[in-house]
Ligand binder design. Structure first.
Ligand code: F6R
Length: 627
């Protein structure tokens, strides 16, 4: 939540910062701002609303300079106003900060330490600018207590890095932070605790951002800051310290994402592009991980020997939102293939229970961003209690990827739309492969393993076929566009598909929808049904086909319109439903990968038809880095 970009180098900073903000807009889009240093001054421009509003405002402003910072906001403390937009400044206007995270003790600091300072916003962030101001002033004129506001201009003799370090030692909470000072036009300070920050290493130029996407056009050499680290960056290099001024030595690493993956490639929305990316990126998730001859999968990053793998008697899959629905498919796979009791836990609940874990429990944290605060906290708790903790993550170098003792990248590439699509299908692929790998050490025969490996090999082509339903889905959406409620139904592995279809619809169209297991209908939800309450049901040919079919009959008797996702060639589906979307058959455990695609398209086409902002739905941010 909230995106930060910083640049210091030899190019004009403003275009790099604004382009970077556009890349990070998925992290928040309430308001945005930039600050650029030039000729001994800092120019700060902020605007409420999306980056376009800021860009429009910048058209009439001259903002030269090769050093600057920028921010796109998802409001936590303080309403959506220009005063509350970042970057914020201290009393003198010389110290400028952009921050992602929450400073929990900001009121306490304001009243106890910063008496006399003038605050102009209602944010927690502004406290940082004033704290740095006070410690900076202190470094010019030592031993001033309590910490005073600056009087008049400040000399450039202060120690900016130490001032930031001292300020950060006073705060409680989380931050990804960039700081600039008018009198230090060759120094950018970046610091991290709980909110991600990456340094991009160019040729006499450096970038700082909340993720790698703003820097991919310029460099693929990056350094991920860890919690408690602070970087001092100049056009000639950077040095990393802990908050006690001790040097931390880190090597830059090469990332294999490239800029074109973060582009729309001519399509109107990132979400559509990402839905259509799925057959390609699933191959990246599978590549090198399927072992044909043994009918198994091998995910090397697991970092567990066979003895340890056999010692696992319980699996817990921890995630939020869409990732938790992928995890539900993982549960079916682990139980069916490996015979290991498996639970899915929503991270925000898990972290506040007293979970019973031991060294026979294997916990996976599943996350596209790898930065979801609740998932991170839950995994830390699991680690503390002695479980094996592994990650299933998309974003390279993210917190979960770094804090877990192993795991697997899902290789979906940058996912820019707020609504997750390709990460979900790749998560399922990885979890089913894990289940196969464990299953082959336990009860899965080589023949069954080979069948699953073969189904995996065919999955990309089948996903292409499922994408061909797009026009048909669009026609159906046109027919149902006036409806205010939808019910999604599925059974077995298709219950998570129903949940995901429902979530996609509500988050990007704001239409109310619910999702239930088909068999649960008659225990309550069936009372909702009427000709105004359409049902979208997944009734593909698997072991629960007949059961699902009976549930559909029950709905038909209540005269609710029925839209069915059915297996190609199933003529009976036409008799039952008002509309049918046919998808190709696959092995049951892989059905969610295919069956979710028309539901992603359903939500997408509905959102477009209703004129909604598909990629940036209201109130949401992609990476939920606060509790
Ligand atoms: C829905 C969506 C969210 C995320 C959830 C977890 O489309 O994107 O529900 O799935 O916030 O995010 P990650 O996977 O980054 O942990």
């Amino acid at each position: 939540m909230c995106g930060i970009v910083g640049y210091i180098g030899n190019k004009e900073a403003l275009p790099i910062l604004v382009k970077g903000l556009r890349r990070l807009e998925y992290r928040g889009y309430d308001s945005a701002g930039v600050a650029v240093a030039h000729g001994g001054n800092i120019k700060r421009v902020r605007a409420v609303g999306k980056i376009d509003n800021l860009a429009d405002k910048l058209q009439s402003e001259k903002v030269p300079g090769t050093f600057g910072i920028a921010h796109t906001r998802w409001a936590t403390h303080g309403g959506v106003t220009e005063e509350n937009a970042h970057p914020h400044s201290d009393c003198t206007g010389k110290i400028i900060v952009a921050h992602n995270g929450i400073i929990e003790n900001y009121r306490e600091l304001q009243h106890n330490l910063l008496v006399g300072h003038t605050f102009v916003s209602k944010t927690d962030t502004e406290i940082l600018a004033h704290l740095i101001e006070a410690f900076y002033q202190d470094s010019v004129k030592p031993a001033n207590t309590p910490l005073p506001p600056s009087e008049g201009g400040m000399a450039a003799t202060g120690d900016l890095r130490t001032a930031v370090e001292k300020a950060l030692r006073k705060v409680r909470g989380t931050y990804g932070l960039v700081v600039m000072h008018q009198d230090h036009p060759d120094t950018l300070i970046a610091a991290r605790l709980g909110s991600p920050l990456v340094i991009g290493v160019g040729d006499h130029e450096y970038f700082v951002a909340s993720d790698t996407s703003p820097m991919l056009a310029y460099t693929q050499q990056v350094v991920f800051l860890d919690d408690g680290e602070l970087a001092e960056i100049t056009p000639n290099g950077f040095q990393i310290y802990n908050l006690h001024s001790q040097r931390v030595h880190k090597q830059s690493e090469q990332i294999d994402w490239n800029e074109s993956e973060a582009e729309k490639n001519g399509l109107p929305h990132f979400m559509l592009k990402e839905i259509f990316d799925q057959p390609t990126v699933i191959k990246d998730a599978l590549r090198g991980r399927l072992v044909e001859d043994d009918g198994t999968a091998h995910l090397g990053g697991l970092n567990m020997g066979e003895v340890e793998m056999r010692s696992v008697n319980r699996v817990i899959l921890i995630a939020c939102g869409t990732a938790s629905y992928a995890a539900m498919v993982g549960k079916y796979a682990f139980e069916r293939l490996a015979g290991i009791p498996t639970e899915v836990e929503v991270a925000s609940e898990f972290r506040y229970r007293d979970p019973i874990l031991d060294n026979h429990t294997l916990v996976f944290g599943i996350s596209q961003s790898g930065e979801t605060a609740d998932t991170i906290a839950a995994l830390r708790e699991a680690k503390r209690k002695g479980a094996f903790v592994r990650g299933v993550v998309n974003v390279i170098g993210s917190t979960i990827a770094r804090e877990t003792d192993g795991g697997t990248y899902i290789h979906a590439g940058p996912e820019m739309a707020v609504a997750s699509t390709k990460a979900y299908t790749n998560m399922i692929a990885v979890l089913v492969m894990y289940a196969l790998q464990f299953g082959r050490l336990r009860r899965v025969t080589v023949a069954t393993g080979e069948r699953l490996v073969k189904a995996f090999r065919e999955i990309s082509v089948k996903m292409e076929q499922a994408l061909q339903t797009s026009d048909k889905v669009k026609q159906i959406v046109e027919k149902y566009q006036g409806h205010k409620n939808f019910l999604f139904l599925g059974r077995g592995v298709n219950f998570p598909v129903a949940l995901e279809g429902s979530l996609k619809l509500k988050e990007i169209t704001y239409i109310h929808s619910e999702a239930y297991p088909g068999g649960e209908m008659k225990h309550g939800p069936i009372a909702l049904l009427s000709p105004e309450f359409p049902v979208v049901a997944i009734m593909t040919k698997n072991q629960l086909y007949d059961k699902m079919r009976s549930n559909i009959e029950e709905i038909r008797a209540r005269k609710a319109p029925i839209i069915l996702i059915a297996t190609e060639g199933d003529e009976a589906a036409k008799e039952l439903a008002d509309d049918v979307i046919y998808v190709p058959p696959t092995m049951e455990l892989l059905e969610p990968i295919i069956n979710t695609i028309p539901l992603q398209l359903f939500a997408y086409h509905m959102a477009v038809l209703l004129g909604k902002d598909v990629d940036r739905p209201r109130n949401l941010a992609k990476s939920v880095t606060v509790e």
